[in-house]
Design a protein around this ligand. Sequence first.
Ligand code: GDP
Ligand code: IMO
Ligand code: MG
Length: 427
Amino acid sequence: MPALVLLGAQWGDEGKGKATDLLGGSVDYVVRYQGGNNAGHTVVVGDQKYALHLLPSGILSPGCTPVIGNGVVVDPSVLLSELSGLNERGVDTSKLLISGNAHIITPYNVTVDKVTERFLGKRKIGTTGRGIGPTYADKINRVGIRVQDLYDESILTQKVEAALDVKNQMLTKLYNRRAIAVEQVVEELLVYADKLAPYVADTVLVLNEALEQDKVVLFEGGQGTLLDIDHGTYPFVTSSNPTAGGACTGAGVGPTKISRVIGILKAYTTRVGAGPFPTELFDEDGEALRRIGGERGVTTGRDRRCGWFDAVIARYATRVNGLTDFFLTKLDVLTGWEQIPVCVAYEIDGRRVEELPYSQTDFHHAKPVYEMLPGWSEDISKAKSFSDLPKNAQAYVKALEEMSGAPISAIGVGPGRDETIEINSFL
Ligand code: GDP
Ligand code: IMO
Ligand code: MG
């Protein structure tokens, strides 16, 4: 029963979509277990480029069943337009399964996301504005709407009433907005019921039976470790658990079933939205990483903040996820630098600190301590094996591996499926 978890080891956008797609050809199920359409996963197959938000990246592998687990929040309009966009390009999406327990992002959750961000002013999180936080808040407050509620109009109406009761007071009295009518929301949601019906399933049962039958299941995280609500740079985080434990709760699979946890790790660091980022660059190196790496958000189109590799973060990701492997991505982007700084520790108020501080204040004060590693100038995008890499690129990978605490089992040297050096097999 090989069950693999694949997740982001930094602040998201590490290349999870590419890595999942690469493995998709050899696995039976790919499962999203948290997050929603705040995610933006780019997959390049031949000369075709796909941007996926809610659908697991395994959707592009014909033999693979894509699953949206109970821990995901689903915006039905986004899901349906993503499905029809893929259908128009000839992708068969008929195998998709959606958990009846997944929560629905309603139009009022999107409204609340936008108004609360506006009210936070300079303290805003810089969310994607897709209603993610408010939908998880409703889930925890026990006033959420689940996919299964679409199939009982009376229950749906009662639940929308309960959810809007307090929200309408808040919208009208605090935020100076118009109240949202219950009937209008119910009517809008009911339109999705028939369209989603063919996909809705007891995904917990399906996945556990698949594991019993020795099928290969890959759990694909959205976002990254440092955006985790519990283990990330709170409050500048998303509202779910991208870390490995999230795969268990977000898909209904016990921890004893997980055999491998793969951390996707960019050869440098990026972040979107607000929050601390010790190795962030504000100079021409940062600009160059952004330009060469194409660091622009797939979901919001925002420029990503860029900086050097941070080994303190990588070590932390190994620890909180129990990583068994790393998949190092975008090594090709670093070609051309004479020397590449790597953050090996932080200096915090005059002290050298080797591990991620639990205190938010300390992390905000952390200054990177850099070690300089020699760069390379040869084009590495055609490299097929580790020995094809220039000596300095090999040494860079080895140094990162040593500092990060888990073996680097694959290396990305370009966005395409085949632009990958496989060192240890994942299956
Ligand atoms: P995700 O959210 O983790 O799936 O990552 P994104 O898709 O948001 O961002 C990663 C970007 O890097 C995408 O444009 C990928 O096509 C691209 N990419 C992934 N791996 C590599 C790589 O090894 N080299 C290069 N140059 N680009 C890559
Ligand atoms: P993928 O799956 C990078 C960030 C937002 C914001 C914070 C909270 O492509 O790696 P939210 O809308 O989730 O409440 O916003 O989280 N964020 C991401 N950053 N990649 C993502 O997804 C992200 N999803 C959310 O920018 O800072
Ligand atoms: Mg992304």
